[in-house]
Design a binder for this molecule. Structure first.
Ligand code: G3H
Ligand code: 13P
Ligand code: ZN
Length: 317
């Protein structure tokens, strides 16, 4: 059943983080539902602008509505990931999305506040909640000094001003992560000090961690052994999710790891069966492997086993 993101956050805040997983196609959709049910976890489905235009924006909506019938036990929200203003309005007006993310983090503070406020007003009128972003999730590059990288982190004082001024319902904070498979060099990691300061200023307010794929090294090694070229890929230690959730991180975004599962399965399958040209056998392997990946990830997020509590708290039991 589709529920509001706000309801999931009420149950999860300070206890566990809800996994927010991006999907683009049928196989990801099936694996996602199976994995969350296998681990008895509530979850958030994320749809990016790119995913909406991969085929047609209505295709994923149709898939998710069908999955809701195929898996009636599932409890989840549907979220627009990294939206611009126009896409947010389209999703708000569609009546399908539980929440939207307006990403104006590249704008000045004043402009970010103004854009987010417009989106929040329109979303709230329809009972939809809004995630916004403050700070910059930089890619980690050799030439960027630690000082420069730290300057892009969310400023805790600005966070309070931003949330108050913009009316957003959750805040994506830059605490050292970045999108994709190449996040850290050397000993860089998450800035729990920044998170702690943000939580002090915004107690009870849901925080969001983007760029949280773990980029498992065994996965990378298998991809490279099967013809890939992902040298130096490195991600977030999933063992740190629990500490982050105690500091107010209520939603953790994971996309890249799912893409790595897809890449490994398909590279290995066609390497080992070069005579094959049927898409269904590797598709079946992927759905099972993606489900297992999701279930394991939910263990780290603390969302595994919380489905009963969520149903009870939301009056669905
Ligand atoms: O943060 C970005 C997500 O991983 C979505 O990626 O825009 O390629 O669909 P995408
Ligand atoms: P990853 O690239 O680490 O999976 O991050 C995904 C994300 O933040 C989607 O918004
Ligand atoms: Zn993101």
């Amino acid at each position: 059943m589709i529920v509001t993101t706000a309801d999931l956050f009420k149950v999860a805040y300070g206890k566990f983080a809800v996994g927010a997983y991006n999907i683009n196609n049928l196989e990801q959709c099936m694996g996602l539902f199976r994995g969350n049910l296998d681990s008895q976890a509530p979850f958030i489905i994320q749809i990016s602008k790119g995913a909406r235009s991969y085929t047609h924006k209505l295709m994923l909506e149709g898939l998710i509505r069908s999955a809701e019938q195929v898996f009636p036990e599932a409890v989840f929200a549907v979220h627009l990931d990294h939206g611009d203003e126009a896409t947010c309005y389209d999703c708000i007006d569609s009546g399908f999305y539980s929440s939207v993310m307006i990403d104006a983090s590249h704008e000045s503070l004043a402009e970010n506040i103004a854009i987010t406020r417009r989106v929040a007003d329109r979303a709230h009128a329809k009972g939809i909640s809004v995630e916004a972003e403050l700070g910059q999730l930089g890619g980690v590059e050799e030439h960027v000094s630690v000082k420069e990288a730290d300057a892009k982190l969310t400023d805790p004082d600005q966070a309070l001003e931003f949330v108050t001024g913009s009316g957003c319902d959750s805040l994506a904070c830059a605490i050292g992560t970045s999108h994709g498979a190449f996040k850290f060099i050397g000993t860089q990691g998450l800035h729990f000090d920044v998170l702690e300061e943000i939580q002090k200023r915004l107690p009870g307010f849901p925080l969001v961690m983007h760029g949280s794929s773990s980029v498992p090294q065994d996965e990378v090694a298998r991809i490279n052994a099967a013809g890939g070229a992902l040298a130096g890929a490195k991600g977030v230690d999933a063992g740190e999710f629990h500490r982050a959730s105690l500091l107010g991180v209520t939603k953790i975004n994971i996309d890249t790891d799912g893409r790595l599962v897809w890449t490994r399965v398909h590279r290995e399958y066609f390497r080992d069966k070069p005579e094959n040209f049927d898409l269904r056998p590797p598709g079946k392997v992927f759905m099972a492997e993606y489900a297992a990946f999701i279930a394991a990830k939910n263990g780290f997020l603390g969302s595994a086993g919380q489905l009963g509590l969520v149903k009870k708290e939301l009056g669905l039991a």
